[in-house]
Design a protein around this ligand. Structure first.
Ligand code: ADP
Ligand code: PAZ
Length: 318
């Protein structure tokens, strides 16, 4: 037990206020066009010029240092071992609760990193493509646990990442549809030897239970070179989830093909009650049991305030 006062104990993270972090941008140029912000922003997330300048440009600068250093280490080791093979993709994981804004962060990073010079090939995948099909989740009685570790085809995700890291060409990932609430049959997203791959999903930092006999069991984050956890207080996440549900009721859910079409005619009060119930039963339970416990495994933690803006940044010490 560490009996030192909390302020004297070792903290694996250096923590920066938004203002301190923003200064680390240095002279990193803004490479996004004004018109791109709407395309990159998810429903109800916040993304403006200030957020990109203060948070994402310093992060892009930091990542360029990490990627460059890793490449040099990789070549040095290849020289030492006297082997020649192609360089492996650099993989960045993006984790956090449902409704925290992972998709926005992942898309902004993809856009910024793709504009480094010389232009790297930056691909993005979301882990929802590796959810089991709805029929299988129903059969196992876990449809209400969508997003929990047991709802994913983990061996398929691990073999996908292993193929990417081993330099395979045309690696395919299944595709998930929020509209049908299911995997799309016979549709694939293809990843073809990127320089950088961003892997976004609620559970990407999970380790599962490690076997007692010491047998090697890969976990998703074994394939990551860098990871970002997006954090926010539960009260804010709940509010964002409910607000998004109300917005989807008036848009996506009105499509007769939407799995949630039956919610399209709910009153504000009814929709709020339904969203609160889904939040508590599924997404809050998943946050508490499976997602939040992985936060201390991230390289970088972006903490958002009630207005979606990042208010502090924690970077793991090397
Ligand atoms: N039922 C739904 N119908 C349509 N789009 C949805 C639905 N649920 C979530 N989305 C969209 O899917 C994306 C991923 O959402 P989510 O997994 O909650 O991650 P995050 O909010 O952290 O990006 C977001 O762009 C969100 O707006
Ligand atoms: C599809 C998700 C599990 C997240 O997938 P991810 O890409 O993070 O693996 C989540 O967005 C979701 O739809 N959850 C189901 C419960 C709900 O409708 O809120």
């Amino acid at each position: 037990m560490d009996i030192r006062a909390p302020e004297q104990q070792y903290n694996p993270y250096r923590v920066y206020t938004r203002e301190e972090w923003a200064r680390l941008r240095d002279d990193t140029p803004m490479t996004l066009e004004p018109g791109e912000f709407d395309r990159l922003r998810s429903l109800h997330d916040r993304l403006d010029l200030q957020e990109v300048e203060d948070i994402y440009l310093p992060l892009s600068r930091l990542l360029s240092i990490y990627v460059d250093a890793m490449q040099r280490l990789y070549y040095a080791e290849r020289q030492f071992l006297n082997i020649r093979d192609r360089k492996v993709p650099y993989i960045i994981g993006v984790a956090g609760s449902v409704a925290v804004g992972k998709s926005t962060t992942a898309r902004v990073l993809q856009a910024l990193l793709a504009r480094w010079s010389p232009r790297p090939k930056v691909e993005l995948i979301t882990t929802d493509g590796f959810l089991y099909p709805k029929a299988l989740l129903e059969q196992q009685g876990i449809l209400q646990k969508k997003g929990f570790p047991e709802s994913y085809d983990l061996p398929l995700l691990l073999s996908f990442l292993s193929d990417i890291k081993s330099g395979r060409r045309h690696v395919r990932s299944p595709v998930y549809s929020h509209l049908t609430y299911d995997i799309v049959p016979n549709e694939w997203a293809e990843v073809d030897q990127p320089d950088i791959l961003i892997v976004e999903g609620v559970n990407v930092l999970q380790t599962g239970k490690l076997p007692r006999d010491g047998k090697a069991v890969p976990v998703v984050s074994d394939f990551f070179d860098f990871s970002v956890y997006i954090d926010a207080d539960e009260a804010a996440l709940r509010r964002w989830y409910i607000k998004r549900f109300l917005a989807l009721r008036d848009t996506a859910f009105t499509n007769p093909k939407s799995y949630f079409n039956r919610y399209a005619l709910l009153s504000d009060e009814e929709a709020t009650a339904t969203a609160t119930a889904i939040w508590e039963r599924t997404n809050l339970a998943n946050l508490e049991d499976n997602i939040l416990p992985t936060r201390p495994r991230a390289t970088l933690i972006l903490k958002k305030g009630a207005d979606h803006a990042v208010e502090s940044v924690a970077l793991r010490r090397l």
